[in-house]
Write a protein that binds this ligand. Sequence first.
Ligand code: DX5
Ligand code: ZN
Length: 216
Amino acid sequence: MQRIIAPSMLSADFGQLDRDTRMVDCSAAEWVHIDVMDGVFVPNISFGFPVLRAIRKVTAKTLDVHLMIVEPERYVERFVAAGADIVTFHLEACADPAGCIASIRSAGARAGISIKPATPVAALRDVLPLVDLVLVMSVEPGFGGQAFMPEALDKVRELRTMAGELRPELLIEVDGGISARNAGALFDAGADALVAGSSVFGAEDPETEIRRMLEA
Ligand code: DX5
Ligand code: ZN
């Protein structure tokens, strides 16, 4: 099992996007997490293609794009063209998850699916054999800086067991309220990748914070 940290650019200083992306590029974090919000699927609006392209120019690290948008199938190819290496959409936002996964793959990226806190792991059973990654939300999607919901730990364990049966190579990622305080428990529960926004960008020394999470 691997340990990956994915700093969330939602908590970066957008006036210093270049500087903050370079910091992640030089750090021990392997992925860069990009939160796209449409103001419909979630009650907040973040950023889209131009910002993704700007980040892509500055780093060769894996760009992990988290779409919190309705009808994601309309946009996935454009996110891959703008530089996404992984495109994750919400199960709750998509009428044809298998079709959306196929579009992401044929555009050349890895495909992920995410579930909100109220959606049970069992809802993923049919799509699990088709995806590269599942993103378990440990807060309600929409905003950085919220408190971690500990129920996510049981969801990760349940998903790891289900993946053992249906998709052994599955990567499990967790997003929301993560810091060095809970990172160790999440990795131990079976998570491969942890998203961290405010804990990284709010730290006095973000690179040290990333290392603390990896060693937690
Ligand atoms: C929330 C986003 C998260 C967010 C995490 O909807 O999906 O990626 O940036 O921020 P923190 O780590 O501050 O909870
Ligand atoms: Zn996210």
